[in-house]
Write a protein that binds this ligand. Structure first.
Ligand code: ATR
Length: 272
């Protein structure tokens, strides 16, 4: 029997994960099946336990279950511990469940490896302080930027996130109104504003000449934030498609011990 993997979320029909993992499996010759599971909002935990009891080997977890997966895991990787969210579950040989979060590493790999962006020594603005921002903040700080400012519409949430990063590097917090007059080499949008085709209320002119913009969201059309980046003459204005494939590759590596090539898969999804 082929090893079973799946992504669980609600809704789930638009998830690109099955396509991505099928491409990875084909490319690496790994024998596996990867399905979609519509998670029950009430009985998510039961669904997960049942999947693994029935021989499932690994799960990706997506909206709205990442925090519940974090609570359910018997042991946590460092990134998942910090993010308080799990996007990858693995069954260990003793039957216990290990929870990992590959979002931060996915973002960093997309920026540094795929796009040759130098994070070390750069001035980074991270917009947002919700689940998406929490998932990537520690990984960004690990790259030792010259500055990391986490700014959120509700500044107290940014403050709380920064307090949790204490001791991990130099990081500041603020509200969106505090951005006037500052400049950044990289502005990352981790807010949910794009769900309504909006952007956070940030001033023009805060992107340094030659600076980059990155939206964690992706879409077949340029996202509102990618469009904003272009209007600010960003050297690159990227959406989160590369991050999506990279976080999947990291899950694949955790499960199979094999690192797939991501560039061809990103190319297929971009073309689609
Ligand atoms: P996610 O898991 O996508 O991060 P979340 O935890 O609900 O979702 O967090 C949403 C984030 O987007 C928050 O930082 C939120 O700001 P507030 O804390 O002030 O609510 C931010 N956000 C949502 N809509 C926004 C908007 N229109 N402008 C600016 N920030 C917005």
């Amino acid at each position: 029997m082929r090893n079973r993997y799946a992504v669980i979320g609600n809704p789930i029909e638009h998830s690109k994960s099955p396509q991505i993992h099928a491409a990875f499996a084909k490319q690496t010759g790994e024998k596996l099946v990867y399905e979609r599971i519509l998670g029950d909002l009430q009985y998510f935990e039961r669904d997960v336990i049942r999947f693994f009891q029935q021989g499932g080997r690994g799960l990706n977890v997506t909206v709205p279950f990442k925090v519940r997966a974090w609570q359910l895991a018997d042991m946590l990787g460092r990134e998942a511990q910090f993010a308080e969210a799990v996007n990858t579950l693995l069954r260990m040989p003793d039957g216990s469940l290990r929870g990992e979060n590959t979002d931060g590493i996915g973002l960093v790999r997309d920026l540094t490896i795929n796009h040759h962006c130098l994070l070390n020594g750069s001035r980074i603005l991270l917009l947002g302080a919700g689940g998406a921002a929490k998932g990537v903040a520690a990984s960004l700080l690990e790259q030792e930027p010259a500055q990391l400012l986490i700014a959120n519409r509700t500044s107290s949430s940014a403050q709380q996130l920064v307090q949790r990063l204490a001791g991990q590097g130099s990081v500041e917090w603020g509200g969106l109104e505090d951005l006037e007059g500052r400049q950044f080499d990289l502005i990352i949008n981790a807010t949910a504003a794009g769900l309504n085709a909006e952007i956070p209320a940030i001033p023009d002119g805060i992107l340094a000449p030659g600076g980059w913009v990155y939206d964690l969201m992706y879409s077949s059309e340029p996202t509102a934030f990618v469009t904003w980046g272009r209007s600010q003459r960003a050297a690159k204005s990227l959406d989160g498609l590369g991050m999506l494939v990279e976080q999947a590759a990291e899950s694949f590596f955790l499960w199979r011990g094999v690192r797939p090539e991501t560039a061809p898969v990103i190319a297929i999804l971009s073309a689609a």
